[in-house]
Design a protein around this ligand. Structure first.
Ligand code: ADP
Ligand code: MG
Length: 258
């Protein structure tokens, strides 16, 4: 394994790596009604099971449905049809408050465009998810500092996003995603705007998060990024066209692949 850039003990106890399904989707469809007589079938019958501790890359060309799938997995969007069980609970049985509570507690999101709040320090950006969770100010500061230290940004707490490189901004975004100690990390093209050096840094953080037992779902269209994952799912036209174990040997985690 890599030299553990992430020290979980300082962010919080890592979830137990016992393997059980965290995500089960069955024949999920999502269509967008573009005009009265034109519907786009962004997901056209996708079934999938992801276990706790999996590290899954989702690949596919632009428009194949990757972001639509991630938005559904993250409860940011609902399927038009089909079932989604998150940790065994059917998300249709939850109201919007329960869904957003679940998002805040269990899921860390990372996007291609970083989505940091401008003119706000790295520390304040990372504290933000904790203010929703009713954490005291002192605790927020302590946990956000620990998360930033865990991604190697401990010396940049007071920097504004505009004062950071792309790779540094993405590390702040990763700190923000993990500060709530989520068991599931969903990342949509997280290295799409990064140079190769920063890509390696960010991928190493994902590997470390996964080594701690967190489930990681990483959307990418880059083969070398997908090679870090232990399982690669390919989408085309809103359907799964392949689902194979990958990368395990290269990472020295053979035997763990799904
Ligand atoms: P990917 O992330 O793989 O590039 P998306 O999931 O973003 O693909 O999109 C899948 C398909 O759904 C594309 O054809 C896209 O144009 C369409 N689509 C996505 N979002 C919308 C939307 N809000 N309204 C209409 N069509 C959409
Ligand atoms: Mg996309």
């Amino acid at each position: 394994m890599s030299g553990s850039a992430v020290r979980s003990a300082r962010v919080g106890p890592a979830p137990r790596p016992r393997r059980r399904p965290v995500i089960v989707i069955e024949d999920v469809r999502r269509s967008y009604q573009v005009t009265a007589d034109l519907a786009v079938h962004a997901l056209d019958g996708v079934s999938l099971r992801i276990d706790t501790g999996d590290f899954v890359a989702i690949m596919g060309s632009s428009g194949s449905g990757k972001s639509t799938l991630m938005n559904i997995l993250g409860c940011l969007d609902l399927p038009s049809a089909g079932r989604y069980l998150l940790d065994g609970v059917d998300i249709r049985d939850m109201d919007e408050d329960e869904q957003s509570d679940l998002r805040n507690r269990k899921i860390g999101f990372i996007f291609q465009a970083f989505n940091l709040v401008p003119r706000t320090s790295a520390l304040a950006n990372v504290e933000l998810p904790l203010s929703y969770a009713g954490v005291t100010r002192a605790d927020r500061r302590r946990r956000a500092t620990a998360a930033l230290e865990a991604v190697g940004m401990g010396a940049r707490l007071d920097h504004l996003p505009s004062e950071l490189s792309g790779g540094q901004q993405q590390r702040v975004a990763v700190a923000r995603a993990i500060v709530t100690n989520p068991s599931l990390i969903l990342a949509d093209e997280p290295t799409g705007n990064l140079d190769s050096r920063s890509t390696v840094d960010v991928l190493r953080i994902f590997e470390d998060l996964n080594a701690e037992g967190r489930t990681v779902v990483l959307i990418t269209h880059e083969n070398d990024v997908a090679e870090r994952a232990r399982r690669t799912i390919r989408l085309a036209d809103g359907r799964i066209i392949s689902d194979v174990a990958t990368g395990a040997g290269a990472l020295g985690t053979a035997g763990e692949a799904a």
